[in-house]
Design a protein around this ligand. Structure first.
Ligand code: PLP
Ligand code: 3DJ
Length: 417
């Protein structure tokens, strides 16, 4: 991509002044001297989330003790939070529940989908999918045997051709965690369903990052994270979407008491709850779910189209500023350029990506690294300004030009990257 007109700091300042989402930044606690380009991995902290955490701990738990299950409606949190998420992924009420981790939720929806496919056993996915998704399929295979569940992996380029009448479930992550590549949900869902397959979408890198329309795309099942773009905090509970049309016919094996039709009858025999509640297993993580509930308030008046527009604009600015620095030519972009084919992050290959990332973090620009050689930058429109992009690229250029990243301290490998 080449641009004739050079992007200036003044032009970016003007973009901020014109930005309808600028005021949202004040809803977040953002540490001084830090530019956060990793909201795609762990969202920044909404101030309201911190306030809610304090209130739930000291008042609801501290003062009202067990009565809070009714008094503060803790028992309905999985559904009320689920519906808040539902609004952001295009799901009508009653089809999303908040619970557990994305991995565990994948296990549940995978079993539910396979329960509708007694004559097929192939779970089709792509080689680059997030490992946990593949591990969970392999884990289920071990329990059921490959005659009930067998993982088949293909490269992205061969995906459409591999969707045939043998596929029981198509399991895809909408935005690739490494490259940021965005799949066409409507098209792939239709292709799979035309062949009699069911579709599970992992929305970890798309929910809260761009408009998602699960109902409109006729998706069967979806799962996703609460701690990335929803800003629900470290380890925030995840979610499950199951299309209403499947509720009466599916079953899933993690049949804990919270998914029972009448949990407080303490019946010896399991009878699944009607509707989305059948995906619950144990007691909801009230503290973290309350924090996520508060964090989602920040989205209450956000127009997701507007958010998407800003996400694309921020990443385009980043790319253009990068191309204005001769010293940054060695960063090889692996994220597609086409707006319809990318999420809210940019990824670049560089042989010293790890050290570059560590050096950036030391200078206050938090990005992340994905092995073996990818520098990944996330663009979160609710709290990033256009001028932040300018500063981040200036710092990146400095780190590169000065050779700062070559210092041995930046080679030290951390446990979590
Ligand atoms: C695409 C994708 N799916 C699933 C996960 C894992 O989710 P969890 O740790 O909640 O199980 C992640 C990130 O951790 C992810 O990027
Ligand atoms: N879930 C994470 C964690 O518990 C620690 C560190 C990172 C993560 C992540 O979210 C990884 C992430 N899904 C990724 O896109 O790479």
């Amino acid at each position: 991509m080449t641009h004739d007109v050079k992007l200036t700091y003044a032009a970016l300042k003007q973009c901020d002044l014109d930005d309808p989402l600028l005021a949202k930044r004040a809803a977040f606690h953002l540490p001084d001297n830090t530019l956060y380009l990793d909201g795609n991995s762990l969202g920044a902290m909404p101030k309201i989330a911190a306030e809610r955490a304090a209130e739930v701990v000291s008042q609801q738990w501290g003062e009202h003790l067990i009565t809070s299950w009714n008094r503060h409606n803790w028992i309905d949190l999985p559904f009320s939070v689920g519906d808040k998420i539902g609004r952001l992924i295009g799901a009508a009420p009653g089809q999303v529940v908040c619970c557990d981790s994305t991995s565990v939720n994948l296990f549940k929806v995978l079993c539910a989908a396979l329960s509708l496919q007694p004559k097929r056993h192939t779970v089709l996915s792509v080689n680059g999918n997030f490992p946990t998704d593949l591990y969970m399929v392999e884990g289920l295979s071990q329990v059921t045997g490959t005659q009930r569940c067998q993982l088949k992996l293909v490269d992205d380029a061969k995906l459409e051709a591999a969707i045939n009448q043998e596929v029981a479930v198509l399991l895809l992550t909408q935005v690739d965690f490494r490259s940021g590549r965005l799949f066409d949900m409507a098209k792939l869902t239709r292709l799979a369903q035309d062949k009699g397959a069911l579709v599970i979408w992992d929305l970890a890198h798309s929910a809260g990052a761009l408009p998602v329309a699960v109902d409109e795309c006729n998706v069967d099942f979806a799962i996703g994270c609460g701690y990335k773009y929803f800003n629900g905090g470290p380890g925030a509970p995840a979610f499950i979407y199951a299309a209403r049309r499947h509720h009466s016919t599916i079953s899933q094996p993690l049949t804990g008491w919270m998914g029972h039709k009448t949990p407080f009858s303490f019946d010896t025999r399991y009878e699944k709850a009607p509707g989305i509640a059948q995906f619950l297993t144990g007691t909801p993580a009230v503290l973290s779910m309350s924090v996520l509930d508060a964090a989602l308030e920040v989205f209450a008046d956000v127009d997701m189209q507007q958010l998407r527009q800003k996400s694309l604009a921020l990443s385009d600015c980043f790319q253009q500023l990068l191309s204005q620095h001769e010293c940054l030519r060695g960063l090889e972009r692996i994220t597609p350029y086409n707006a319809d084919e990318r999420g809210s992050q940019l990824a670049y290959r560089h042989p010293d990506a790890y050290a570059l990332c560590q050096a950036l973090i030391k200078q206050g620009v938090i990005a992340d690294f994905r092995a073996p050689d990818i520098l990944r930058l996330g663009f979160t429109p609710l709290y990033l300004r256009y001028v932040d992009i300018w500063t981040a690229v200036e710092i990146l250029a400095d780190v590169m030009r000065s050779g700062e990243y070559l210092k041995t301290e930046y080679q030290v490998k951390h446990k979590v990257t």
